[in-house]
Design a protein around this ligand. Sequence first.
Ligand code: SF4
Length: 359
Amino acid sequence: MSSFLHTKWQHLLRDSAETPESIAAALNLDAGKLQKVTDRYPARINPYYMNLVKKYGKPLFRQAVPCEEELEDLPWLFPDGLCEEKQSPVRGVFHRYPDRVILAVSSECALFCRHCMRKRDVGKKKFFDREAALAYLENHEEIKDVILSGGDPFMLSDDCLHELLSALRRIPHVETLRIHTRMPCTLPQRITPELVSMLRCHAPLFINTHFNHPYEITGESAFACGLLVDAGIPVGCQSVLLRGVNDNSQILKDLFRGLLRIRVKPYYLHHPDPVAGILPFRMDLAEGLGIYSKILGHISGMAVPPYMVDLPGGGGKTALSRNCFPEADANGWIRLKNFEEKQYFYPALARPLGPAILS
Ligand code: SF4
């Protein structure tokens, strides 16, 4: 384990590199080139993750360090390409599926991932309307499952989280709580015994974290996940298939086996979402499906998550299968059905040649 195991997470966060100059100095880069990107999409690399970037290079560097390709825009890829804001009845509440909602409780994170699907918001001081969100939940009895997301909910203090979780637990029809956090991977020191003993009071509570490369599975991250699992909190992992990071079936096999070893269940493998700012990470869907197909049957089914796309326009997530891949139109879009059997267009090419052809 690195020397960071016993460092307080608040100190690691405080010492993060956030300016182009500090990132450039740490990694011997050109601050001017970084500045162009951070003017639009903020950066933050905490010392724990910076140490991994220096040790392991490209796959972690690409997830953490701004690159100019993020600024490349295509007119048919939008900052909110999944239309979360249209499905937001109250600030910070995203209600897409019938029985569950997302609460975006923080716009801060311990690392601003360059591939983030919410990079329109992270690091930009977007505020969650707590009282209006709770009132909305109280008035919607169909909601059974509440997901705290963001940003990263573990950027809130233990007291603040406890208060929010307690308020959610007072709503009789809310059955399960979930927390989506990248902290077990990006700042595992945040998973303290105090945090875990507070969380276990709110069972049934599930955590979904986010690892993308086996190099991220360290002694510290294994310890953090072990604390959660030992407290009876199930931990799953949502990974993203990223060009230049993990676009290789052997890396994915090592990642998913490594997650099981630290008692984290691979939950989803996402194709990078069609939103502005993440073009550096997108690949053609056929290529992604080809990589995914090579892990099926080669490792335990326990280790294989479904391969998911999130449909532009707010259709929601749908799973892809190698045996069912529709033909693309001339601009590179395919039609996929969502959970309501409605059809949506999805860009099967990393860089579609134009908008979907509607006929
Ligand atoms: S931690 Fe999650 S919300 Fe934050 S930047 Fe990374 S992917 Fe986005």
